[in-house]
Write a protein that binds this ligand. Structure first.
Ligand SMILES: [Zn+2]
Length: 378
């Protein structure tokens, strides 16, 4: 690990100018070291002092608050003088379909397998470690969720591109922030409501039922109402119910007994509508005290840079080309757990087996060592 820490140090010394935090003097910072020491309630008067601090302590993870405070270094929230907090959405591919854990490892006997195990088939121990990996597939999954979120923020909340900031975390996800002034003052409840709305939570088509039948929203209505009706219309058409589809389109009521006998249509419309909902971590959004990563700081599980992206960049963004932070200096790594084939900086590496010793550029070694699948050798 020492070799890698030196690589992090080199980065923070030579590329300190890239480290950035908007309104730096109003933010609370938190750093986690390679020694597992957590440094909280830290504030800086200028970017220069932030940069030299980071070059000095060499953090494994570096964060700052979405909250803007008059006295960010105070420990008690009520003493900090909260001026407002950006709304943060956390999208992480971890746990999303297509990007899950890909290695299960027994800490007792070192047995490893690709499929999930509750107890080790080899020794019976339940000390199972789930190990994930990062690849293009996970990034693509997370990016698709970001795009859904951005669409909702634009269409339903009327936000402009300048009101929204997208950043790559340096690992398997993205942070999206609303910077618009009107949103800064919102409290927990309002933030929870926004988060629920983004995920289309609590949607119930029975609200459209009345004594005169089902009155569905017009397809051109905004928000989830319009999305639901558009989904409903397409499902009716797909099932040869053109007349009913037309009635829905024109806002005519549909007989209740007809729809009730065909609940599956409405259920299907809800699930199709929900495909447009973004998969965000709601607990993050309502928390005013949340932290986000310092732009251009390195992620301690990958060695990749946390980066702010523009809209144009989001589509083409490839962290394995664009977010490389560490040097190419060769590093010997002993493989501890199997490593899948991966590509970074346009070069292909692996797959590697346990106990193999390989020489890799530092940026590739970091992906293996920081994910505990290998260790550096002198
Ligand atoms: Zn075992």
């Amino acid at each position: 690990m020492q070799r890698l820490i030196r690589e992090f140090q080199l980065y923070y010394r030579e590329r300190a100018r890239m480290i950035f935090a908007p309104e730096v003097e109003k933010r609370e910072f938190m750093f986690m070291g390679f020694d597992d020491v957590v440094r909280r309630y830290i504030s800086f008067k200028s970017l220069d002092s932030l940069r030299s601090y980071m070059a000095d302590i060499v953090p494994r993870h570096a964060y700052y608050s979405v909250g803007l405070y008059r006295r960010p270094e105070m420990r008690k929230m009520e003493q900090r003088g909260l001026e407002g907090a950006e709304i943060l959405f956390d999208i992480d591919a971890t746990g999303l379909k297509g990007c899950s854990y890909d290695l299960y490892f027994c800490e007792n006997c070192s047995h490893e397998q690709d499929s999930e195990m509750a107890v080790c088939p080899s020794c019976g121990s339940d000390k199972i470690k789930k190990m994930d990996w990062i690849d293009e597939r996970c990034i693509a999954i997370a990016r698709a969720e970001v795009k859904k979120l951005l669409k909702i923020l634009r269409e339903d909340f009327g936000l402009k591109d300048d009101d929204i900031l997208v950043s790559y975390t340096g690992n398997r996800g993205f942070h999206v922030r609303i910077l618009a002034k009107d949103f800064l003052k919102l409290g927990k409840e309002e933030r929870a409501e926004i988060a629920g709305y983004i995920g289309a939570k609590g949607f119930d088509y029975e609200v459209f039922s009345s004594s005169g039948g089902y009155r569905f929203p017009k397809p051109d209505e905004g928000g989830w109402r319009g999305r639901f009706s558009r989904a409903l219309i397409s499902i009716l058409r797909e099932n040869g119910m053109e007349e009913i589809a037309k009635d829905v389109e024109q806002g005519k009521p549909i007989e209740r007994s007809f729809m009730r006998k065909r609940r599956w249509i409405m259920e299907k419309a809800v699930s199709r509508m929900r495909e447009e909902a973004a998969n965000i971590d709601e607990a993050v959004t309502f928390d005013i005290q949340r932290l986000t990563r310092v732009p251009n700081s390195l992620h301690g599980k990958t060695g990749l840079r946390a980066m702010t992206l523009t809209y144009g960049e989001l589509d083409e963004f490839n962290p394995f080309l664009d977010a490389i932070g560490l040097s190419a200096s060769p590093m010997k790594v002993r493989i501890l757990r199997k490593v899948p084939k991966f590509s970074v900086n346009g070069l292909s590496f692996g797959p590697y087996k346990r106990d193999e010793v390989v020489e890799l550029p530092a940026y590739a070694a970091a992906l293996i060592v920081l994910r505990e699948r290998g260790k550096t050798e002198i």
